[in-house]
Design a binder for this molecule. Structure first.
Ligand code: ZN
Length: 309
């Protein structure tokens, strides 16, 4: 199958307004889509990305007010890493300290500097300052200068009790290849490689077992270009014996879901049609996006959702 890297990562949050403030004002991402959980339309589905809402930059949340906090650990995507420019470490450690954001001491990983921070629900977010070129543009933000801005995902780290079965589906059906190994961590890439493609498998006996809840990742989505490559991926995952969803039209992309053997929910999503299908690029995120089947219920859905500003 033809996978080209990470498409989006979806997490669970509690308060939606707090979530919007953190990702747009603290991290300087663009709020690119305000939609609803298609399986629970009384709940928002909030999307943050770069200006163009490009695949590989999209972090999304289901915010359930009052949701109990989960615990990142085994059987989950444990951490989500963004790529920042090599000279941006001092800026970010200073900014996060000034804003009293919880962080861990900066560490080195595969030669890169890694800042770990926690969002208001405890989600583990990493900023990776790499020597590796990342040509993706900075997201314009009134809060974060372009020289320091996040470029998009660098990697997703999966917490596992055992590497073998997960490595097998990645390197077998999904076309990933191992590129680095150190300590408990093994790194894989796909396609042209580089930031936005990496998946790290972390087999650390000190990690707790993951508990779902606010501040944890719900699923990791991989990107494939179009409907034809998506159908091929669906067929190959099904033939390999994994239980897989049918192809679901999510309006902004098509999706298939399957759980990898280590317990993490995977999705494969198409690059097309993208987030400008129901809003122009200049005004992404300003109106409530609904899939066609929910459009007749717009008034009731809008009335029931909490206000974001
Ligand atoms: Zn998804």
């Amino acid at each position: 199958m033809n996978l080209t890297g990470l498409h989006h990562i979806t997490a669970i949050a509690s308060d939606p307004k707090q979530n919007v403030d953190f990702y747009t004002r603290v991290l300087g991402l663009r709020f690119v889509k305000k939609s609803v959980n298609q399986d629970d339309p009384g709940t928002y589905h909030l999307y943050y990305g770069n200006y163009e809402a490009s695949p590989g930059t999209i972090l999304t949340f289901f915010p359930w007010p009052g949701m109990r906090r989960g615990r990142p650990g085994h059987g989950q995507a444990y951490a989500t890493a963004y790529s920042i420019p090599a000279g941006a470490v001092d800026y970010w450690t200073g900014r996060l300290s000034d804003l009293k954001i919880k962080t861990e001491p900066t560490v080195e990983r595969f030669g890169d500097q890694v800042i770990t921070l926690f969002d208001p629900d405890g989600l583990r977010v990493e900023l990776v300052a790499s020597q590796e070129t990342d040509s993706r543009p900075a997201t314009p933000s009134p809060d974060v200068p372009a020289d320091y801005a996040l470029r998009g995902f660098q990697s997703s780290t999966l917490g596992l009790t055992d590497i073998q079965a997960t490595a097998q589906i990645l390197t077998g059906n999904m076309g990933y290849r191992e590129v680095a190994q150190a300590g408990h961590r093994t790194r894989y890439t796909v396609g042209n490689g580089g930031p936005g493609t990496y998946v790290d498998l972390l087999v650390d006996p000190n990690l707790p077992h993951g508990l779902n809840g606010a501040g944890t990742i719900h699923h990791v989505a991989f990107r494939t270009p179009d409907d034809a490559s998506h159908e091929i991926a669906h067929g190959e995952i099904a033939s390999a014996g994994y239980h897989i969803s049918p192809i679901i039209d999510r309006a902004y992309f098509k999706s298939i879901y399957y759980r990898e053997p280590g317990g993490v929910l995977f999705e494969i999503a198409t690059d097309r049609p993208g987030f400008t299908i129901d809003e122009p690029l200049e005004s992404l995120g300003t109106h409530l996006g609904l899939p066609p089947r929910l459009e007749p219920h717009r008034a009731a859905i809008e009335a029931a959702l909490p206000k974001l500003n």
